[in-house]
Design a binder for this molecule. Sequence first.
Ligand SMILES: CC(C)(COP(=O)(O)OP(=O)(O)OC[C@H]1O[C@@H](n2cnc3c(N)ncnc32)[C@H](O)[C@@H]1OP(=O)(O)O)[C@@H](O)C(=O)NCCC(=O)NCCS
Length: 187
Amino acid sequence: MNAKTIIRCAEAADADAIARVQAASWQETYVGLLPASILSAETIEDKAARWKRILGDRADFGTIAVCIAENDGHPCGFASGCQQRTEALKKEGFAGEISAIYVLQRFQRGGTGTALLRAVASSLLEQGIAAASLWCLKSNCVAKRFYERLGGDIIAENANAHGQKTLVEIAYGWRDLASLAVASSHS
Ligand SMILES: CC(C)(COP(=O)(O)OP(=O)(O)OC[C@H]1O[C@@H](n2cnc3c(N)ncnc32)[C@H](O)[C@@H]1OP(=O)(O)O)[C@@H](O)C(=O)NCCC(=O)NCCS
């Protein structure tokens, strides 16, 4: 990771910055993968309001960690972790969930994603959560390579109809989060 990039815990005041990174990354990543109606359903203001709630009412949202990456003081990525939201995965022992991870395109491939995922994994472990999962669009090949490189195993698949389109998501799981907490992007 670039020496100018740091990872830190996000605070309520970071909600706007997180929303801006998320909105930009959605446009960079999901045009062509997600229907336009989904991409335009939420404004940046909607996203910021949701992140304010997630960062403010941590217990209500089961929020465990929200980490932000800053390059030279400018937000360039973030990741979050929470209590498991999918009952079936909880029953399989995945008590935690990585609920979001986004790095702006021009900062990708520099180890920032790995550092963010490692930071969230460490926070989950500190809360006594040893295994976690995340959901990823099956068509998101870059993210799939990233998770597979970091040892994630495919543990579930889910298909949902959106108008004419069927969106297929896959879940990756880490049974031993300790291995993710020490992962390196260059190992
Ligand atoms: C997935 C994502 C978070 C990875 O972040 P990143 O900062 O690029 O990740 P890293 O630099 O730590 O990459 C670690 C390894 O993952 C793999 N990887 C990451 N991006 C890759 C790509 N575009 N092609 C092939 N492999 C890739 C590589 O093995 C890489 O190691 P290397 O660069 O030494 O070869 C980032 O691409 C992203 O934010 N994408 C858009 C949003 C998104 O899809 N989020 C996930 C939603 S489920």
